[in-house]
Design a protein around this ligand. Structure first.
Ligand code: FMN
Length: 197
């Protein structure tokens, strides 16, 4: 994740590829219940930060680096689209019972599309960062950009050219990557009798 950018614009053709690839993400039942609010002008990006951040006139290091990104994408997911899709004859869940969904696939699919946005940006030599929207800022964001009730923002993604200085560093500077052997459980999870944690 890149949290500090130059102000150099993103080539519109590259942004188109980023967004096209997002739509190639897998989705449960091919529901494609996602939507992407794309902000790619200085004025619109400014509206994003005004709606979602405190103290944009006195930004901390994180906000200073992130606010320079020329593109912000807000991936959204629609639970209703999945309930509707799975009520169709080939799925047959006509009761639209949410208990059928112990894992919210609508958010998962938006997350998969988000990863394709990140990866396409990196492939194009750009940087990107997925980050959360503060809960109390979701309504201001909805109102500012007329996001329909049926769609929930799952986060936001900055895209741009990475600055030479790294800016705010993330959690990997404070904690180490888990070893594959710590997280892979072959054949049985608690096979060695220890608390699997
Ligand atoms: C669901 C999710 C939420 C995240 N939220 C934030 C965030 O709010 N702010 C931020 O700076 N980074 C955020 N990140 C980035 C993570 O901190 C970062 O992916 C992690 O520390 C690993 O670093 P790396 O992606 O650079 O390898 C988020 C990542 C994910 C997947």
């Amino acid at each position: 994740m890149v949290r500090s950018y130059t102000t150099e614009p993103v080539d519109p053709a590259v942004l188109d590829r980023v967004l096209t690839n997002a739509t190639r993400a897998p989705s449960a039942g091919f529901s494609q219940g996602w939507g992407f609010l794309v902000l790619d002008t200085p004025a619109d990006v400014r509206r994003y930060w005004t709606a979602t951040a405190d103290a944009i006139d006195e930004p901390d290091q994180w906000l200073r680096g992130m606010m320079r990104a020329p593109v912000v994408v807000v991936p959204c997911s629609s639970k209703a689209a999945y309930l509707r899709r799975y009520a169709e004859p080939d799925k047959g869940w006509t009761d639209m019972d949410e208990a059928r969904w112990p894992v919210p696939f609508w958010h998962m699919d938006a997350a998969m599309a988000s990863l394709l946005i990140l990866q396409t940006a990196v492939d194009a030599g750009l940087g990107a960062c997925f980050f959360g929207i503060p809960p109390k800022r979701v309504w201001p964001l909805r109102e500012e950009f007329a996001i329909p009730d049926a769609f929930d923002p799952v986060g936001a993604i900055t895209v741009g050219h990475p600055a030479a200085e790294r800016g705010a560093v993330g959690s990997p500077s404070r904690r180490s990557r888990k070893e594959v052997t710590e997280v892979v459980h072959r054949g049985n999870w608690g096979v060695d009798g220890r608390d699997p944690g």
